[in-house]
Write a protein that binds this ligand. Structure first.
Ligand SMILES: Nc1ncnc2c1ncn2[C@@H]1O[C@H](COP(=O)(O)OP(=O)(O)OP(=O)(O)O)[C@@H](O)[C@H]1O
Ligand SMILES: [Mg+2]
Length: 113
């Protein structure tokens, strides 16, 4: 099992979720509104002639735990639907998951996803 942590543009959330739904890949998901910075360390904005640095930008973070065999499909759906092609498109991190337990039934691992 893999844990996919994807940071995307907030305005891309609905596209990503709809595409996951359509592909039948919409099991459990966690959605968090976060602030973050990437390589560019935010952006410079101008306001009333003054320039100032905005170092943390709003992003949406998705956490999905999927079966190993679904990893590449889910990653591709996220990339295809979150990508604008400009800086700040986001990033995908993948982790190994040791175990999953459904509290209600006691089911484990792939049966519990
Ligand atoms: N190395 C990292 N560690 C933790 N979070 C990160 C990392 N890189 C990016 N993020 C998160 O992803 C968000 C979007 O990052 P971003 O897409 O700007 O990455 P980037 O490496 O600067 O790529 P790009 O050059 O395309 O902008 C950040 O606001 C931050 O929340
Ligand atoms: Mg960036």
């Amino acid at each position: 099992m893999k844990h996919i942590k994807a940071v995307i543009r907030p305005e891309k959330l609905s596209d990503v979720r709809e595409a996951l739904d359509e592909a039948g890949c919409s099991g459990g998901i966690m959605v968090s509104e976060i602030m973050g910075q990437g390589n560019q360390k935010g952006i410079i904005q101008a306001w009333r002639g003054e320039k100032y640095q905005v170092d943390l930008l709003p992003k949406v973070m998705l956490d999905l735990v999927v079966k190993d065999e679904d990893l590449e499909t889910v990653k591709k759906i996220i990339i295809d639907n979150a990508r604008v092609g400009e800086i700040g498109d986001g990033k995908i991190f993948v982790y190994n998951v040791e175990s999953v337990t459904r509290i209600r039934t006691g089911e484990e691992d792939n049966d519990a996803i």
